[in-house]
Design a protein around this ligand. Sequence first.
Ligand code: GAR
Length: 208
Amino acid sequence: MLKVVVLVSGGGTNLQAIIDAVKSEQIRNVELSAVISNKKDAYALTRASENGIPGVCVSRKAYETREAFEEALLQAVDSFTPDLIVLAGFLVILPAKMTEKYSHRIINIHPSLIPSFCGDGFYGLHVHEKVLARGVKVTGATVHFVDSGTDTGPILLQKAVSIKPGDTPEVLQRRVMEEAEWIILPKAIDAIANGKVKEVDGSFFVED
Ligand code: GAR
């Protein structure tokens, strides 16, 4: 069983998609070891407890320095000895120590087609606001491995989503979640757990 720790900051709809996929066996050979949130009132923590998954909060506010917070976050993660860390709407830049220690064992879901609309300042609803402001006609979501940069790690899966006339950021966010995020994030986890990820010339592919 692949031991997975999921890091969250908010509502946790991606976490829910992962929980549902484990239950329906769309994700096989995975144990959800813990959910760690940097926000104590994140609804994702309620989803965790409702599903019998240990939930932990590591809040920046509880520590005097950024370094102390990062150390506590790393300790919380380490305490579950995960094989894979999944960032499912975790809106904190990871400590370099963590990205080094867990190289190619951390994945993130991002709500655009990287390398468009990503990097500093591109998170959550802001991504969709900027997509609509630019007037592009196709957006989507990306699952990528996390390295020391922001949204710069190797791409594992992507799925495109159409923009429709009259879309608001909220409407588009929901469509990107439904048509892309909630599909490719569970798919990536299942692929990693079951040896379906292949590297060819430095590029990663998921076998069907
Ligand atoms: C998701 O849309 C996710 O892609 C995004 O935050 C949302 C979390 O929703 N992540 C980022 O923007 C990371 N840069 P959720 O809590 O309902 O899963």
